[in-house]
Ligand binder design. Structure first.
Ligand SMILES: [Zn+2]
Length: 352
């Protein structure tokens, strides 16, 4: 049922609407009057956010109304219903995210990984990582120390950490290869994604910071769109738990760009289509390494960024990216589209 849109939107627009997967962009309905193929405008901003509307409870049950179609008026005057295909979400699917950035000559390169899985595979990956940590550092509780790849790979930082300094170069290589096996041996059960977004670096410090912020928001948007669309299509409710990037003072802490991107998206029909008529919680930003899957996200994001960087400058990467197994690799192509390739490696045209 179409819903009334009365309330005026409060928040000013700060960044663009989310991207649509190509599956949605290629969806049309045919007008019975003249045979014209029609598609609604996904990008017109509504006065009110989309998502289920709560109705009066019935027999103590909470009731929601969900829009199932939107009406289009064809050029010939015929009214055509465009289906929105809402789904009911039965189970959660969790996505744990972390980033890594590089600066290849004159460029900014953003690398972001989401470790995804339903309850069982997440629990299984957590256990597997604990086992690897215990194997390499047998006398310490695996939960008592966190993997931070950048610090572990940096020989100066490594010696200042009581745990990290016990690894030599070879030990590190073996350790991270076993971590990569946690990915590759389960890639048929999990749903990992990685996005690459790059741009020419700015001239000034201010310009560079502006570009990097915009790139991150764009990549975030593409990644969330892809996850939300695929999960809700399968009746799964995506929950995003992202590394806050720095030590956080308050919980839950929402970084402004993450929250704005999400909130604003809900004003577009695009979002209703992406979420299959469901309302999805904004990402939670949490303390780095506070879940083993955030450590896994840190590992993949680091080695993906390192692999792209080293390949782009013609040097040997610290680890072959293929060792991580199948990942859905996304690339932001321009301001409004992204492409996806499910593979064990990152296509060469994804980075400068
Ligand atoms: Zn028509």
């Amino acid at each position: 049922m179409p819903k009334a849109k009365k309330r005026k939107q409060q928040k000013p627009e700060t960044s663009g609407p989310p991207f649509l997967p190509s599956e949605l962009l290629s969806k049309f309905v045919v007008c019975q009057g003249c045979g014209e193929r029609l598609q609604p405008d996904y990008w017109t901003k509504s006065d009110e956010p989309f998502g289920p509307i709560e109705l009066k409870p019935q027999n103590g049950q909470r009731m929601f109304a969900v829009q199932t179609s939107t009406r289009l008026i064809c050029k010939c005057g015929e009214k055509v219903e465009f289906p929105l295909e809402p789904t009911v979400l039965e189970h959660p699917i969790y996505f744990y995210g972390d980033d890594a950035d590089r600066h290849p000559k004159g460029y900014y390169l953003h690398s972001y990984t989401l470790i995804g899985g339903t309850t069982g595979p997440i629990r299984d990956m957590k256990k597997a990582l604990e086992e690897v940590k215990r194997k390499f550092v047998p006398d310490s509780d695996p939960a008592s120390w966190k993997i931070h790849v950048k610090d572990m790979m940096n020989s100066k930082k490594r010696v200042t950490n009581a745990i990290y300094k016990r690894f030599d170069r070879n030990g590190l290589k073996e350790f991270f290869e076993e971590c990569a096996q946690i990915f590759s041996s389960r890639d048929h059960l999990t749903s990992h994604l990685h996005v690459t977004a790059s741009a020419k670096a700015g001239e000034s410090r201010k310009e560079r910071s502006r570009i990097e912020k915009a790139i991150k928001a764009t990549a975030h948007c593409a990644l969330l769109s892809e996850c939300i669309f695929n999960a809700t299509k399968q009746g799964l409710r995506p929950e995003f738990i992202l590394d806050a990037g720095k030590e956080i003072k308050k919980f839950p802490h929402i970084e402004s760009w993450s929250f704005d991107t999400h909130q604003e998206a809900r004003y577009y029909l695009a979002y209703e289509m992406l979420s299959h008529g469901n309302s999805i919680d904004p990402p939670k930003l949490v303390t780095p390494g506070s879940h083993p899957c955030l450590e896994l996200a840190d590992i993949h994001a680091y080695f993906a960024a390192n692999w792209m960087y080293k390949v782009s400058i013609g040097e040997e990467p610290e680890m072959d990216i293929n060792k991580f197994g199948l990942v859905r690799y996304l690339m932001v192509q321009d301001g409004s589209r992204y492409k996806v390739n499910k593979a064990t490696s990152i296509p060469r045209d994804y980075f400068p």
